[in-house]
Design a protein around this ligand. Structure first.
Ligand SMILES: Nc1ncnc2c1ncn2[C@@H]1O[C@H](COP(=O)(O)OP(=O)(O)OP(=O)(O)O)[C@@H](O)[C@H]1O
Ligand SMILES: [Mg+2]
Length: 455
């Protein structure tokens, strides 16, 4: 272990990568990309600070209620207690970040079901959430052992669903990060309070931050699948030349493929553009299908919004249990509705979802196979990333799509794992969520993609 003199100050190559996913926010620290992985790269325990279900994951949620704003797990709690109130917790920044016209999307007012006070625009919500995340991050870094004392000052990257090397979107985000830094400095630990924070205070902090932004230490955006591929290559024992990443998160399913060339120094990871896709065939869509099926099984009338909302707020847990144990039982007063996994698998809408997933995977696999064939290679690594990597049907869908779209190719399919022989002791809790934290790990680790590959 390093002594105090070695860990006194961070080096110039240190960086933090933040991945604020639709469902969960994650962050990782890279002290120096040339250090051995187990010393150089550390996931940051955001969930430990917010007392979330997992120490490395914290829910990306905000909730406006009773003149106050709540973040993280308490926001979920308030939303669940308040199902009769026709209110939604704010669940996704992804649509805003991925919008064609980002400036317009950011300027949009939050819908009344999120913010009945009509106070906040999407941009305000993003600034406030990032300010909150900045506080969570600082506290998590404080709790991590053996880190240099000035670690919270290192530059930050964020993973992005759109690739924008030095583009205008990055400048928009720089401004947002700078305002978030000012809000974080002003509201400080109030942002972490489970009792929430008053809307008046938030508005005041937003106005002051707009007039006098801070330093958000923003380094750059990192294209999410590129970050995932970098993590896959960093942790693998036997890299292959062609890697295809399926990152199924909550909001989007991002597919991208890369040609990894080790014959040049430094090795390059160039993207096979024809394989790139971003579809909504992801966790939230499965949740919607599941909730609809449950509502039908319960025979609940469509207009029973309270039951619908309550079920929706529990959908992620229900889905996880359904796929893990093969069945779920739902209590509603004296009545229990049970649902078997088989019923979901046979549901017509879910079958349409699987067919669309199959088709989209085939499109990308076909494009990678063409490139591999041209290079005289007959093997492709398929890396399953994101929470969707836990879904048991994924491997079968990829295999079937590959057999049709990439005949003759050997596909090595598996979830992203840190089980590299070089990576000595691995905590089980780290392995279990590796497919989800890999984008922040790889994003912190990777040398940024050269401009020419980003056209
Ligand atoms: N064990 C599991 N079984 C089924 N689904 C799971 C499991 N674990 C996580 N998920 C699902 O994975 C999704 C969360 O994954 P992830 O953290 O990769 O998403 P995200 O990064 O927040 O979203 P996005 O990348 O789309 O913005 C949720 O839909 C969640 O329900
Ligand atoms: Mg994600």
């Amino acid at each position: 272990m390093a002594d105090d003199s070695e860990i006194g100050r961070v080096g110039p190559r240190a960086r933090i990568c933040i991945d604020f996913g639709t469902a969960l926010s994650k962050a990782s620290l890279c002290l120096d990309p040339t250090l051995p992985l187990e010393i150089g790269v550390r996931p940051i325990p955001l969930g430990l600070v917010t007392e979330a279900d997992h120490p490395l994951l914290t829910p990306s949620v905000m909730f406006v209620d009773g003149g106050r704003l709540f973040f993280g797990p308490p926001a979920f709690e308030y939303a669940r207690r308040n199902v009769a109130g026709n209110r939604d917790p704010l669940l996704s920044f992804k649509t805003v970040l991925g919008a064609k016209d980002v400036a317009k999307a950011l300027a949009t007012q939050l819908p009344p079901s999120y913010d009945p006070t009509g106070t906040f625009r999407q941009r305000d919500a993003l600034v406030l959430y990032l300010a909150y995340l900045d506080q969570v991050l600082s506290e998590a870094l404080r709790r991590m052992p053996d880190l240099p004392s000035d670690v919270s000052g290192v530059r930050r990257r964020y993973t992005s669903p759109v690739w924008t090397a030095g583009g205008s979107v990055d400048r928009v985000f720089e401004q947002i990060f700078n305002e978030a830094a000012a809000v974080s400095a002003r509201l400080s630990r109030l942002l972490l309070s489970p009792e929430g924070i008053s809307i008046a205070q938030c508005r005041d902090a937003l106005e002051k931050a707009a007039a006098q932004p801070g330093d958000g230490k923003l380094d750059s955006g990192v294209f999410e699948p590129h970050a995932a591929a970098a993590a896959a290559l960093a942790y693998t024992n036997s890299p292959t030349r062609f890697v295809c990443v399926f990152d199924m998160g909550a909001g989007t399913n991002d597919i991208a493929a890369f040609d990894f060339n080790e014959t040049v120094e430094p090795p390059t990871l160039s993207e096979i553009k024809e394989a790139r896709q971003c579809t909504p065939l992801a966790g939230d869509e499965i949740d919607r299908i599941l909730v609809d099926l449950i509502m039908r099984k319960r025979n609940a009338p469509d207009e029973d919004r309270r039951v619908y909302r309550a079920t929706r707020l529990h959908a992620r847990e229900l889905k996880k249990e359904l796929f893990a144990s093969g069945r779920i039982g739902l209590k509603e007063g004296w009545r229990t509705t049970s649902l078997r996994l088989q019923e979901l698998m046979e549901d017509q809408t879910f079958r349409q979802f699987l067919a669309a997933l199959h088709q989209s995977m085939g499109l990308s696999l076909g494009a990678v196979a063409d490139r591999a064939r041209a290079a005289g290679v007959n093997e492709i690594d398929i890396v399953l990333a994101g929470g969707g990597a836990n879904l048991p049907f994924m491997v079968d869908v990829v295999r079937l799509a590959g057999a049709q779209a990439a005949p003759g190719m050997r596909l090595r399919i598996g979830p992203l794992t840190p089980a590299n022989a070089l990576y000595g002791s691995i905590d089980q809790y780290f392995v279990a969520v590796f497919p989800q934290i890999a984008m922040s790990v790889g994003g912190a680790l990777v040398e940024l993609m050269p401009e020419r590959a980003a056209a």
